[in-house]
Design a binder for this molecule. Structure first.
Ligand code: SF4
Length: 522
């Protein structure tokens, strides 16, 4: 076995007095896992193509870190995309991107696995490969280079990144990655080549797509005709893998506790995976089916253990649609009971409008009452039917009324414009709904309250019923956003935030593009 690559910590440390938030590059946090590199068969860099603050908040990364490090034969470390000041300093001093645990450059790892959570971070993946000393194009990688993996929601649109990633995970990484590590270790022991290793993986481990073994074929007009399979051992169709039971699935009760600021620095308790609602624009709802639940008893146990290992003061009940967790009232009640003497709050970040909404302000009683965040998406019954979002205004208004009554000061409402069949009447209704949500405060006896209307642009996503639907052109999206802004002008209780149109268009290209888009990403 080759000796482990030397740490570059001294060279990283020398840059830290020139950059903002240097703690994010230091590692050494509580609960990080250190191992002797000589004692493991496979070394994995778990890479997040965004900053430390965002990546350390990502539950999927915590799960993979924990699950791989429980194995004695594997050491998983973390690496995040540096801010632009650190990137410039690293390039100027030729310091390679390295992991936080052992400060080993990425090029020295066996596997470098990226969590792709949204399309616009794709270019950060290339930045990290470049800084880490790994050839960007998979065709340029040599036998000694790591295998570059990518999973997460972004891997649902693999083709734009197919020239740069050796293996995409289609489905739940906690099922597919440990199985891949098993086969990879076996291939290493057997001295298999890079190509043979890839073939062993795709032929034996469900859920892995290696673009090397597939060639897209296009019609004369540029539309896609077929995907040619280049090696008979590669599957014709890549089977998606899913954790069968969330109840038995791994949960990281000892996550690394960040030193630097993070978006979410708290216990993220995944109560449920999948969503049964079937909103037609929602990719996560479609690709994460079916709905799998954790029991209340298990969630209590996990919360207790994680609290003991971290001391966090907030437990967030996370899932695609926590309001649909069937035993939410019981779960919240028991968590409050368990943690009430410990000054631990329970929060619910994603709220769907249903009959449970009016109970939510009471369920999260201990939490700082700033603003209630709700995603009605659209404001007319007609458009709700089009997108299959089954919500009722009375549930929305009664939920907000209850929140105001219990001391909440404001409401944030998330909408989309540009949806199929949308008219100006639908767009105008967004402002009417925002106004009504503000005015509900009068009914609650606290006077009109602040309502923020956040408007994003519809991006048709693959694997959804709207996947073939065209996006409105930029001018039209801007016009609809401006219509919301103009109608809200003059109402000082309404704040409007409009999502950047260019970013949405880019997201549309990256989520539905084919392999030819890779040249533009590069
Ligand atoms: S309720 Fe939310 S998560 Fe579920 S399908 Fe609709 S938008 Fe997606």
């Amino acid at each position: 076995m080759a000796p482990p690559a030397p740490s570059v910590w001294n060279r990283v440390e020398a840059l830290l007095d020139r950059v903002e938030k240097p703690a994010q590059y230091a590692g050494g946090e509580r609960n990080q896992v250190l191992k002797d590199p000589r004692s493991v068969a496979v070394r994995v860099a778990l890479a997040f193509p965004d900053t430390y603050a965002i990546g350390m908040s990502h539950l999927g990364l915590r799960v993979l870190y924990g699950i791989l490090n429980e194995r004695p034969d594997c050491w998983a470390e973390r690496v995040f995309c540096p801010w632009s000041d650190m990137e410039a300093a690293m390039r100027a001093s030729s310091v390679p991107l390295a992991t936080l645990e052992s400060h080993t450059p990425l090029a020295a790892f066996d596997l470098v696995g990226f969590s792709l959570s949204y399309e616009l971070s794709n270019t950060n993946l290339l930045t990290m490969l470049d800084l880490g000393g790994i050839p960007l194009h998979r065709r340029d990688r040599a036998e000694g280079d790591p295998l570059v993996l990518a999973g997460g929601d972004g891997a649902a649109s693999p083709e734009p990144m197919a020239d740069f990633v050796d293996l995409f995970c289609i489905g739940d990484g906690e099922e597919a990655l440990p199985a891949l590590v098993d086969v990879y270790a076996e291939c290493r022991r057997g001295g298999l080549s890079r190509r043979e290793t890839l073939l062993e993986i795709v032929s034996r481990v469900p859920g892995w797509y290696a673009p090397e073994f597939y060639r897209p074929v296009f019609h004369g007009d540029g539309t896609m005709a077929a995907m040619e399979v280049l090696d008979p051992r590669a599957p014709d169709r890549v089977a998606e893998v899913h954790v069968a039971s969330l109840e038995d699935a791994y949960y990281p009760v000892k996550p690394v506790i960040p030193y630097a600021d993070c978006i979410h620095d708290r216990i993220s308790l995944e109560v449920m995976r999948g969503c049964t609602q079937g909103c037609r624009f929602c990719q996560a709802g479609m690709i994460k089916r079916s709905q799998r639940l954790r029991s209340v008893d298990t969630l209590l146990r996990l919360a207790r253990e994680t609290y003991a290992n971290t001391g966090y003061d907030e437990i967030s009940l996370v899932s695609l649609s926590t309001a649909d967790y069937p035993r939410l009232v019981e779960l919240s009640g028991r968590l409050h009971e368990e943690f009430k003497g410990k000054r631990v709050n329970v929060s619910i970040p994603s709220l769907r409008v249903n009959e449970t909404l009016k109970l939510v302000p009471g369920l999260v009683e201990g939490v700082r009452r700033s603003s209630l965040t709700i995603a009605p998406e659209v404001a007319t019954d007609r458009l709700r039917k089009v997108i299959n979002k089954d919500i009722r205004n009375e549930h929305l208004y009664s939920g907000i009324e209850e929140a105001y009554r219990r001391g909440w000061h404001a409401v944030k409402l998330y909408f989309m414009v540009g949806l199929p069949t949308e008219t100006d009447e639908d767009v105008r209704a967004i402002v009417e709904m925002g106004t009504a949500c503000s005015e509900v405060g009068r009914k609650a006896g606290v006077g009109p309250k602040q309502a923020t209307i956040s408007v994003s642009n519809f991006v048709p996503k693959p694997h959804t019923p709207f996947q073939w639907h065209p996006m409105p052109v930029a001018e039209e999206l801007r016009r609809r956003g401006s219509l919301v802004r103009d109608l809200a002008r003059g109402n000082r209780r309404l704040k409007v935030r409009i999502h950047d149109v260019e970013r949405s268009l880019l997201e549309g290209v990256l989520s539905r593009g084919d392999r030819r888009v890779g040249a533009a990403v590069l």
